[in-house]
Write a protein that binds this ligand. Structure first.
Ligand SMILES: NC(=O)c1ccc[n+]([C@@H]2O[C@H](COP(=O)([O-])OP(=O)(O)OC[C@H]3O[C@@H](n4cnc5c(N)ncnc54)[C@H](OP(=O)(O)O)[C@@H]3O)[C@@H](O)[C@H]2O)c1
Length: 294
């Protein structure tokens, strides 16, 4: 039995679908207030049954029974929350659990300091010291679900407004990962001993310049939208002023700074150890545009 922690999130339902297609038995840990509807509907479409345990990572006692009955755990709660990870590790150490897959992020590789980055690095260090047969996967930016906050949002914006706003020259590299490739990676390494006590980057097939990504989106959307570019430095200054006066800023200065950085990652180790072979951005965005419909 595999225990999925974070099943109700963005990536979780795709991981559940991939696990069921490989005939794994799955138990989903859900908080009392979380909806199970989407997970039940995935199980129904796959013609499989799934189990649920109610619990919250804030309390070790509420998750211990779910961990005790699991052969392996997939932990998909953001590693930014080091306190939740600590509760999980302490609780799991009281059970016979050995195998855990953790989902980190390529954020830890970005050459800019941030609170989130250092929290995730702290969490990765705790995992490395934990003694479990862990694997840490570090996905790059994930896209490809109807509600993804990146490309779905961008496509909906372009369709609605007929233009798009970008920051910086657009010459920086990005390497977004299609959500089904991320889920496939997670579900394919559960019993793969080669991956024990290792960390892998997983990303889209190859890096591309932000400007080239925009060209591909234009071509695949068959829509000639206008691109309004703002210089990075000026935008950063403006956004830091704006985020001081806005209670709920849409963008932060940190996010603007990250837009100018190359985000290209080698997944050679993942290819060698578990045959990771992601699709390219052209194919991924085509699939997403199809999912979004008219
Ligand atoms: N999204 C991306 O582009 C991306 C890119 C790279 C890496 N990642 C990594 O992939 C992992 C999954 O990301 P995601 O985008 O799917 O995350 P998400 O949408 O924020 O989902 C987080 C999940 O964690 C659960 N959770 C949060 N606090 C909890 C608690 N106290 N007890 C039990 N469950 C709790 C949430 O449950 P509720 O439904 O109850 O809130 C939800 O199921 C994360 O580690 C993230 O850093 C994501």
């Amino acid at each position: 039995m595999i225990l999925l922690i974070g099943a109700t999130g963005f990536l979780g339902p795709y991981v559940l679908k991939a696990l069921l297609s490989k005939n794994y038995k799955v138990n989903c840990l859900v908080r009392p207030s979380s909806s199970r509807t989407a997970l039940l509907s995935i199980a129904k479409s796959a013609g499989k049954n799934i189990d649920f345990s109610t619990g919250n990572l804030e309390s070790g006692d509420s998750i211990i029974t779910a961990i005790k009955i699991a052969g392996s755990v997939i932990y998909m709660v953001d590693l930014e929350y080091t306190n939740l990870l600590e509760t999980f590790l302490k609780t799991a150490a009281r059970t016979g659990l050995k195998r855990v897959i953790f989902i980190s992020s390529t954020t830890v590789l970005i050459p800019l300091e941030s609170k989130v980055k250092s929290q995730k690095i702290n969490s990765e260090n705790l995992i490395k010291k934990s003694g479990f047969d862990y694997t840490i996967l570090r996905p790059s930016m994930i896209y490809g679900s109807k509600n993804d906050p990146n490309f779905s949002k961008m496509i909906k914006f372009i369709k609605d407004k007929g233009f798009f706003i970008t920051f910086g020259s657009g010459n920086n590299l990005i390497q977004p990962l299609y959500i089904e490739d991320a889920a496939e990676a997670v579900s394919s390494i559960i019993n793969n001993k080669k991956t024990y006590k290792k960390i892998y980057n997983i990303a889209g097939k190859s890096p591309l310049k932000y400007n080239d990504m925009l060209k591909i989106v234009k071509e695949k959307l068959k829509k000639n939208f206008r691109i309004i570019k703002f210089p990075l430095r000026l935008s950063s200054l403006f956004i830091s002023l704006y985020s001081k006066v806005s209670k709920n800023p849409l963008l932060t200065a940190d996010q603007i700074a990250r837009m100018g950085v190359d985000k290209a990652y080698s997944y050679q180790k993942a290819r060698e150890d578990f045959g990771f072979s992601p699709i390219n951005f052209e194919k991924g965005i085509e699939k997403l545009i199809k999912k979004l419909g008219d």
